[in-house]
Design a binder for this molecule. Sequence first.
Ligand SMILES: *Cc1c(COP(=O)(O)O)cnc(C)c1O
Length: 427
Amino acid sequence: MTFDNSRAFAQQCDRDDPLRDWRRRFSHPRINGRDVLYFTGNSLGLMPEGVREALNVELDDWARLGVEGHFHGTHPWYSYHERLTPPSARLVGALESEVVCMNSLTTNLHLLFVSFYRPAGKRYKIISEAKMFPSDRYLLETQTRFHGYDPDDAIIEVGPREGSRIIEEADIVAAIREHADEVALVFFGGVQYFTGQFFDIATITQAAHDAGATVGVDLAHAVGNVPLSLHDWGVDFAAWCTYKYLNGSAGNVGGAFVHERHATADLPRFGGWWGHDKENRFLMEPGFTPIPGAEGWQLSNAPVMGMAVLHAALSMFDEVGLDALRKKSIALTGYLENILRDVIARQEHMTMRLITPTDPARRGCQLSVQLVGGDRGLFDALTAAGVICDFREPDVVRLAPAPFYNSFEDVWRFGGVLEQVLAEQAA
Ligand SMILES: *Cc1c(COP(=O)(O)O)cnc(C)c1O
């Protein structure tokens, strides 16, 4: 594709886009009476059509049936979470028995650490990426402390090389080899939340297993964004939230993956009645027998209202398919990269440094841009001009055009707004 920073070119791309009609199936926020340019699908996805209707089905059943909704509802609540399993398994590349939707992301990670972070003797360290998302960092600190270790000693962070923000997989593999006899767990984000780097999970997993360690992945920024093959890659466990690229609504129920090889393993875990053998759950007797597979990590009966919304959102992924979304995403983000380079090159107020990898295979839809010479004022001016993106001190802007509901014209319009804001700041 030859790139052109013009409305005509962007509109042509939109006409050629097989997914162009999906945009209308989401509610686009308006601020001060006009549509915003929304680039924060990496934080909270937009509301898909059909969620009110899906929620109303369950509300009506509750009104109509009361407790009978558990067994006689339109979608019986007793097994409601099972509706979410097939679409979730397809998104992460897993067998259905390897996936369950439950709780929330950080909660699921703690529960999975109970089973998969099992430090013993010399082997107690965790290797992870530097500058993890704070919740993940707190997870690692409190888990290592819980087992009696000093986080500063037990957590080994692999950082970027001098002058870069990208963490090279070769350096991760080298760190795993260097600490091969003391690493218990290797824990990474699938897509790094700050830089947008998509890690080579297969390579990291292989190296970790060669060293005798287990592997966990946080897929918050990866699920619904990039293609995943958790089963084939052999990852031991993973968890994700559903309100970012999955458009599942704020704080909604998360997802978890446990590889088939652990389905019936006698692992330590925290149990609850929803993880207990379905056949005799209602005998209400002591003696916890976990359901084989990921469902055996559930604790509580399912939050049906949120799950109804999530089901409607996930159905859209099944309808369009992740391959088509990814194809558009690569083109859309590539266009944004070109627009940014063009706008920045034509002014002298600031320089731009893309801290996201330039290779589309090593990133999802997000671009993180360091605007050297810019500051919060620039971000505030973008917001005032109707752009919803996000800003990280001191000078990084994260932009995530989502292939489901962002257009090429959105990206082109963003370039125009940035150009105008830069001109105003220079004046
Ligand atoms: C969004 C995000 C979270 C949020 O965790 P919750 O438990 O859903 O609040 C955690 N980790 C990463 C990497 C994230 O991107």
